[in-house]
Design a protein around this ligand. Structure first.
Ligand SMILES: O=C(O)CNC(=O)[C@H](CS)NC(=O)CCC(=O)C(=O)O
Length: 278
């Protein structure tokens, strides 16, 4: 199979959608100019605020969101596939005011070909005193998604999902050769867990793991870990931005490596049913 040149975009997304688009657009152009055919952006590409429940930004529906519309036009203009790691949009569920934290896969004609709503929401109290209640603002999704691309199947996940290995196993078993993990990781958990979790999921699944990240001190005082990373199917870090500044990370995916890793250790075919623990 042909090799796939990709790029991960590392952003420090501002709080307003217009500023968020102005921030990400030149980075995507740089990625396309560098030859990437699939470009991935982080979680919360359309705006990033500390507390989405605080709603400084009015929610829009997916098909009315100006950032999504702008990025669809850009994908078409540049002739690239684009994963909007996530956009925070109206969930579309009646009687639930919360948003969806949604990944959107855009093809090179600008069409939305797959969407995935983040399954696991981040309700966590960190030892540093940081307190997150994502469930107050975000309605979690209820289905896993793999999408077909010209280069094989892509499994879609978001940020905190990385801590739920069974989701990744299900995606690999559904034929994914690459899995996206757009993120806005906190600094304390980024430092302690980010790279290890990404490498573990790659090793367990024999998939390419593609993790574009929010980075640095955002305008509302929130800080994210950055360190966008591409991990190969054997678990090695193939490319990484070792900092928390905005930027573009290039890599070339070879899907023969997926086959080789899975032939070497056919763990995906060795699952067993088991009783208990009692
Ligand atoms: O709220 C937004 O606008 C964007 N979404 C996020 O920042 C989300 C939910 S608060 N962050 C995480 O999932 C961090 C996970 C993490 O850091 C970990 O697993 O340790």
């Amino acid at each position: 199979m042909a090799k796939l040149p990709i790029a991960l975009i590392q952003t420090r997304t501002p709080a307003s959608p217009a500023a968020a688009f102005a921030h990400v657009e030149p980075l995507i152009r740089e990625a396309a100019a560098g030859g990437a055919k699939l470009i991935l952006t982080p979680e919360a590409t359309n705006f990033l605020i500390k507390d989405p429940a605080g709603r400084a930004v009015a929610l829009t529906a997916q098909d009315r969101d100006a950032v999504i519309a702008g990025l669809r036009a850009l994908a078409r203009e540049l002739g690239v596939w684009l994963l909007i790691g996530s956009a925070i949009v109206k969930s579309g569920h009646q009687g639930d005011d919360r948003a969806a934290n949604r990944s959107l896969l855009i093809d090179d004609a600008g069409a939305v070909v797959a969407t995935y709503d983040k399954l696991h929401v981040y309700d966590v109290d960190l030892p540093t005193g940081e307190r997150w209640r994502e469930s107050a603002a975000i309605r979690p999704g209820d289905r896993a998604v793999v999408a077909d691309t010209p280069w094989g199947r892509l499994g879609l996940t978001i940020c905190y999902d990385i801590r739920f290995p069974h989701l990744y196993r299900a995606l690999a078993k559904a034929g994914a050769g690459m899995i996206s993990v757009p993120a806005a990781f906190t600094v304390p958990t980024g430092e302690a867990h980010w790279e290890t979790l990404l490498r573990a999921r790659a090793i367990e699944t024999g998939c390419w793991v593609l993790a574009p990240a929010q980075a640095g001190l955002h305008e509302d005082g929130r800080r994210t870990w950055g360190r966008s990373t591409v991990v190969g199917p054997w678990g090695e870090v193939v490319a990484k931005l070792d900092h928390d500044e905005p930027g573009v990370l290039f890599a070339t995916l070879d899907f023969d490596v997926v086959t080789r890793a899975r032939n070497a250790v056919p763990q995906l075919t060795h699952d067993r049913e088991f009783a208990g623990p009692a």
